[in-house]
Design a protein around this ligand. Structure first.
Ligand code: FES
Ligand code: MG
Length: 593
């Protein structure tokens, strides 16, 4: 412990609370109450780093719930390395449980965590991530405050099985609802199918948004190598929790902060890894949002420029057949990075939380099972990235080409004169309720040459933007075996969905985007060679429709919905908060309160 007459030395951030001898009274106030549950003055006042553990697990957040146990191993690692752990809760986000949508809460969780990281005596933080938005929300906050940070993911559930087949979370719901709609299974069988996909603790075992975002956090250097893929119940998960605790103390000593790791090169790496994974269409939104906290220029077009020509190397559902345990055994993210390095598709000069460059960590990492992770020279698919679509209905929207099935290609893309082009009749729905009410309405005369359009489900309208664009065709088409139609929407779709939808359209209809002008029966031309989507209606008609347009009033149900709507930007900009002031590297530029 320092004495009042001891020589000044450079203080840890937490010492400005707990050990500031120039303000003995203030320090006493800060110290005294943390002693009331048994901490000692020695722990708080002898220059030991105070490490936060941002706890995202709770009974309300089941995908992350085992972090409550894992945190004990993190704490052991922190203590063995000389630090003092402080565990605290972050706002619960559960993808399947939060109404109207978990996406609404990403910015709320971010705001809450920013206040904690900025306003409390923390020198570094371990983020406990897993379920979809729990990863980007926490990374956004850590990026903004910019104190040393390591991401500890919770890992995917074990593989689900049914009748000898792999049963993937999320994916099984989409598959079984087709069978349920076609009348080939009853409700109990439907529920049994779905439950088979959730055999253990952990987040979704498919390459949905959760596994994608945790893989991308690792690919950007924010986790210890190998972290993302370890299944939640494996002993290696507890081991990496311990090692993460040890390492964060060293990262504080080296002042290794997120801004030194998540550079533009790291984001470009993440874009490429996302393609190699066959990753979620929600990833662009979240990476934009994280980059925005660091003032890094990342444009939605970067996804096409850097990601589209990358091959798909991972055969996990929904783009492929396998699940999280298979991905782990085949080598996980290190194998993918190793293969991309060999293919010259990854910048190995980027830094990691380990303090070791990517190339050094991953040189020699190879797939251990090429059925699950392909080698760079024999990928599952070439040019597998997202196409960024443009046209007179929106300035940008995404299409995940890796999930376009051969059957879909055959149906829409087989005209020898224009093999990548088709025109479809639009059927327009004003949100998910309208879709459910009218999808089976015979008056719509929906056939296989229609495109289903869902509008008023973007970040402003829903609010938060709903995962609803992957619309099932009407029952009569499903019964004929047509289980997907082209879809367009200003909302999102689940990362576990295999629908070839054009989604995340920005600006959304509620913000005056072109989708608001579309009418049922309009012809819409989709050109996959030039990545365009256009309604074939003349300019004068569109102008007249724009003049007559009345955007439905947006009604807030909670105070946060109002704040969210007042501040949020569009999905191609990350759906982040537009604020009057500029915030950046908070603890360095704004001082300590
Ligand atoms: Fe939580 Fe998929 S619902 S990870
Ligand atoms: Mg989702």
């Amino acid at each position: 412990m320092r004495k009042p007459d001891s020589k000044p030395r450079s203080l840890l951030r937490s010492e400005q609370w707990f050990n500031n001898l120039a303000r003995a009274d203030q320090t006493a106030i800060y110290v005294e109450r943390y002693l009331n549950y048994g901490l000692t003055r020695e722990e708080l006042q002898s220059g030991r780093p105070i490490i936060g553990i941002a706890q995202s697990g709770s009974d309300l957040a089941p995908c992350n719930r085992h972090h409550v146990q894992l945190a004990e191993r993190v704490k052991a690692g922190i203590r063995d390395a000389g630090g003092v752990p402080f565990e605290f809760p972050v706002h619960a986000i559960h993808e399947m449980g939060k109404r109207p949508t978990a996406a609404l809460d990403r910015n709320l969780c971010y705001l809450g965590l920013v206040e904690i990281l900025y306003g409390y005596p923390l020198d570094g933080v371990v983020l406990t991530t897993g379920c979809d938005k729990t990863t980007p929300s926490q990374l956004m906050a850590a990026a903004l405050v910019d104190i040393p940070t390591i991401v500890l993911s919770g890992g995917p559930m074990l593989n689900g099985w049914i009748d000898g087949r792999r049963s993937g979370s999320g994916a099984m719901i989409w598959q079984s609802r087709e069978a349920y709609a076609a009348g080939t299974i009853d409700y109990d069988q439907f529920m049994e199918n779905v439950i088979s996909s959730v055999p253990s603790i952990g987040h979704c075992n498919t390459m949905g948004t959760a596994l994608t975002m945790n893989c991308l956090a690792e690919a950007m250097g924010m986790s210890l190598p190998g972290c993302a893929a370890i299944p939640a119940p494996y002993r290696q998960r507890a081991e990496i929790a311990y090692n993460t605790g040890r390492r964060i103390v060293a990262a504080v000593g080296a002042d290794l902060t997120p801004s030194a790791i998540m550079t533009r090169a790291a984001f470009v790496n993440a874009i490429r890894v996302c393609t190699a994974l066959g990753g979620s269409t929600n990833a662009p939104i979240h990476l934009q949002a994280i980059a925005a906290q660091l003032d890094i220029e990342l444009d939605i077009q970067d996804w096409q420029d850097y990601g589209e020509a990358v091959p798909r190397l991972v055969d996990c559902q929904p783009a492929g057949d396998y699940l999280g345990e298979d991905f782990y055994r085949a080598g996980g993210v290190p194998a993918v990075i190793g293969e991309l390095l060999r293919g010259d598709l990854f910048d190995g000069e980027t830094q990691t939380v380990s303090g070791i460059k990517m190339s050094e960590l991953h040189r020699g990492c190879r797939s251990r099972d090429t059925r699950v992770i392909a080698s760079a020279d024999q990928p599952f698919q070439s040019d597998a990235g997202f196409a960024v679509m443009k046209g007179n209905l929106f300035r940008s929207a995404l299409l995940k080409k890796s999930v376009i099935s051969p059957e879909f290609r055959q149906r829409y893309l087989s005209d020898p004169d224009s093999p990548e082009c088709f025109t479809a009749r639009a059927i327009v729905f004003e949100g998910p309720e309208d879709y459910h009410r009218r999808i089976n309405d015979p008056a719509l005369e929906i056939d296989k040459h229609c495109v289903l359009v869902m509008r008023y489900c973007g970040p402003l309208a829903y609010p938060g933007s709903a995962e609803v664009v992957n619309m099932l065709p009407p029952d009569h088409l499903v019964q004929e075996g047509i289980t997907s139609l082209p879809c367009i929407g200003d909302g999102r779709q689940s990362g576990t969905s295999a629908s070839p939808s054009i989604l995340n359209a920005a600006p959304e209809a509620a913000a005056g985007g072109g989708l608001a002008l579309l009418q049922t029966n309009d012809p819409v031309r989709i050109d996959l060679a030039n990545n365009t989507v256009d309604v074939l209606v003349d300019e004068a008609t569109l102008t007249a429709r724009a003049r007559a347009l009345k955007i439905p009033a947006l009604e807030n149900q909670t105070p946060w919905q109002e704040i969210y709507r007042d501040t949020v930007n569009q999905l191609d900009e990350g759906g982040v908060m537009r604020l009057k002031s500029h915030y950046r590297s908070l603890h360095k530029t704004k001082g300590i309160p």
